[in-house]
Each structure stands twice: as C-alpha cells, then as structure tokens.
Design a protein around this ligand. Structure first.
Ligand code: NDP
Length: 374
C-alpha cells in the first residue's frame, strides 16, 4: 500500500528521481506510526528520511551490481535483495529491457499466472512495484567498463561490488542494406518490431524474417495493416508452428519465400523495398519495413574483460550462471541458452541469486564448490 505522503506516480519514466522517491517512501512507511503520533515532528522526520535516501543513493559499495533491467536482471536484483544483499541495478535505458522499449504493447501469452496473456508494459509495472518493495537501488546509467577487481564504471561514476551480474540482453540484428540505418531513425519507416501497432493502421508493411519475432510482428499487424508481405529466406520457419499456421490461415499475408530484401528506397522515408526471389528482382511499394532477423548479444564490454563467449558473442556460463571470471555471473538472453523466453531469464535470476548468496555470505550449508565450472 502506498503512503499518502508519497509523490510517486504509478509508472516512473525517470529512474533516478523515482528511486530516491521510493526509498523515501519506504522509510516514511516504516516510521509512519511514530510520525502520526507527533505531527510537529513530521517535517523533521521527512527531511531526515530524504537525507537517508540521498545518502543511500550516493553509496558506491555493493554486494551485487546487476547490469541490465530486463526480466533476468530484475529477478536477480529482487531475489538478492530479498536475501538482504545490498544490490545496485544499473540500466542504461528503460527498466523492463526490450519489453519496455521494443514490445510495450505486445501481449505476452506464456507468462505463468496470466491465462489470457498480459501486456508487456503491465508486466514491467508489476516488476517495478516488486523492485520498490525490496530496497534495490536503481540507477539509469550505462556501464562502459568492468575491471577484474569488479569496479564498475558508468558515464557518471565508479562502483565497487563483490559480484557483478551481466543481464544485458540482446539487440535486434541489422540487415545492413541501403537506407536501413537512415530510415530506422526518427520514424522514417524502418522498425525492428511494430512497437505501436495502431500506427500501422491502413498501411502497407513488409516484414523480414522467419523466427518468432517476425511472426509475432505479423500477428500484431493482422487486421490493422492494409497489406502485409512477409519475406523469408527459406521455406521453413523457426517460429512456433501454431503461430505460422495462424498467419497462413488469416489469408491476409502475402508470403515471399526463398526471398531476400536487397535495399530500401525512398526520398525522405521508406517508399519501396527491392526484393529478390529465385533470381527475379522486383520493387514493392511499401510504407514501412519491419526487420526481424534475429538478435545479437550486448556482450562487448565483457568480452574485453575476458568473459568467455561462443562465436556469436553469447556468454558461456555454468549451471550456477557463473562465467569463467570469479564473481561475475551472466544470465538471460545474453548467455548461450537453449530457449530465449521471459520465464527462462527470470528462472536464471532465481538460480543465480541462490549461488550469489552462497558466494557473498558463505553460509555453512553452501557445501558446493564456489569455483566456476567454465
Ligand atoms: P531467430 O534467430 O529465431 O530468427 C531469425 C530469423 O531471421 C530466421 O528465420 C533467420 O533465417 C532469419 N535471418 C537471419 N539472418 C538473416 C538475414 N541476414 N537475412 C534474412 N533473414 C535472416 O530470431 P528472433 O528474433 O525471431 O528470435 C530470437 C529468440 O527469441 C528466439 O530464441 C525466439 O524463439 C525467441 N522469441 C520468443 C518469442 C516467444 O516466445 N513468443 C517471441 C520472440 C522471440 P534462418 O531460419 O534461415 O536462419
């Protein structure tokens, strides 16, 4: 329950301000009984709690620094904080990761407990509330370097920690065709997911790819776009069969199989796509192009440090989510994992937090080796 004194909005776009706000709220809530007894002391209580909140947010030493605020990072932070570890969560963009930036309006069909599915941004809201209750310090800062002694450098300052958790996720792979880069900025018609599907109402859209992201993109656009063309470089699809069937049955999608998109054309924004199919080239008039051809891991900073990855840059971990470097864990989509799902990333967070607790607190029952298996 939120205190009447709290000025916190239901959803916080600015993490830095909000974190100070909710830490204040936490302290105010915990002393509210005493505060209500002596109204004349209320102001000084509030002032002192604001100071405590400021001091906490200024601290530099943590038990655990989690880099990345997607499902895996959030669950790690929540579960570590629940076990009374001092946790800092660093996120360079929006809490929720791709769910907040790329898919805010997507209905997540397979998160347990929501039989009708849940809109991504609603899930993120719930996680934020959970985060608030556990006392995690959250900062909107981008990590530029991590040293072997686990000093974490952001554009604002250095932090020190006993454990660093890499939960930096992935970003959409670029097709690297003419005009892609230019038209992907400032709403000029190239997207990596239809984040706001209503904006495609009545338009002609070309989707590229054959995985779950591409098929989900088409599903988002059904009944909204006037014309949907799906270009995929082979006949079979990686995506869930039932979803491929759904779009086939809709009769609303024009399939270009064994095809590739060679270029995007337009004066100020997307006007046409150049497609090649079985040796034939054609120019198709479209309003937008959604490129959904896979993901690349956000692991550059950690590769520099010597964290082992596979040939694509996905981080290798053992079954405790430990990397080859002592004290550094990795989880979720940035790791080499068999299945990329929200539930899998969240489960990684649960596993990691258990081993992080053992590593930091060294309880008598932690008999298992604390050394990494990589
Ligand atoms: P995937 O790697 O699964 O699929 C990428 C698709 O793009 C493949 O069909 C691939 O073709 C094609 N492709 C790759 N490179 C090129 C290229 N240069 N030119 C043309 N086509 C290309 O990526 P997704 O983003 O779809 O999914 C990423 C992960 O996230 C997957 O594990 C997926 O299952 C998961 N996911 C799960 C969802 C869910 O549970 N609902 C939703 C979205 C994603 P080819 O097949 O020939 O390699």
């Amino acid at each position: 329950m939120r205190s009447k004194n709290c000025v916190l909005p239901s959803y916080w776009p600015d993490i830095d301000q909000s974190i100070q706000c909710w830490i204040c709220w936490y302290f105010l809530e915990s002393v509210s009984a005493r505060v209500s007894l002596k109204t004349n002391k209320k102001i000084s209580y509030i002032e002192s709690n604001i100071n405590v909140a400021r001091r906490l947010s200024e601290e530099k030493d943590f038990d655990v620094i989690v880099v990345g605020g997607g499902p895996g990072g959030l669950n790690t932070a929540i579960m570590c904080a629940t076990r009374h570890l001092k946790v800092l969560l660093l996120e360079r963009d929006k809490i929720g990761g791709l769910l907040a930036t790329l898919y805010p309006n997507k209905i997540i069909p397979n998160y347990p407990g929501f039989p009708q599915g849940i809109v991504a941004i609603e899930l993120v809201r719930n996680w934020l509330q959970h985060l608030r209750f556990t006392g995690v310090t959250v900062k909107q800062e981008a990590v530029s370097d991590v040293a072997k002694d686990l000093t974490v450098t952001t554009e604002k300052k250095n932090y020190r920690s006993k454990v660093v958790v890499i939960a930096t996720g992935t970003k959409p792979r670029r097709l690297k065709i003419p005009n892609e880069s230019e038209f992907s900025k400032e709403d000029k018609g190239v997207y990596y997911f239809p984040s706001h599907p209503e904006e495609f109402l009545g338009s002609k859209v070309l989707v590229v790819g054959g995985g779950d992201t591409a098929i989900d993109a088409v599903l988002e656009l059904l009944n909204l776009a006037d014309e949907i063309t799906l270009v995929h470089r082979r006949e079979g699809f990686r995506a869930f069969d039932e979803n491929v069937e759904k779009i086939r049955k809709s009769g609303m999608v024009n399939f270009v199989l064994n095809g590739e998109v060679l270029a995007i054309k337009g004066r100020k924004r997307v006007e046409k796509a150049v497609i090649r199919q079985e040796g034939r080239k054609l120019e198709k008039i479209v309003d937008s192009v959604v490129i959904a051809i896979g993901i690349v891991p956000n692991s550059e900073v950690y590769k520099k440090l010597g964290v082992k990855t596979d040939e694509h840059g996905f981080i290798l971990t053992d079954r405790a989510q430990r990397t080859n470097i002592k004290g550094i864990f990795a989880l979720g989509d940035v790791t080499k994992v068999g299945l990329r799902l929200i539930t899998v990333a969240a489960a990684h967070g649960a596993i990691a937090s258990h081993y992080i607790y053992s590593y930091v607190k060294k309880p008598y029952w932690a008999r298992e080796s604390l050394d990494t298996q990589i």
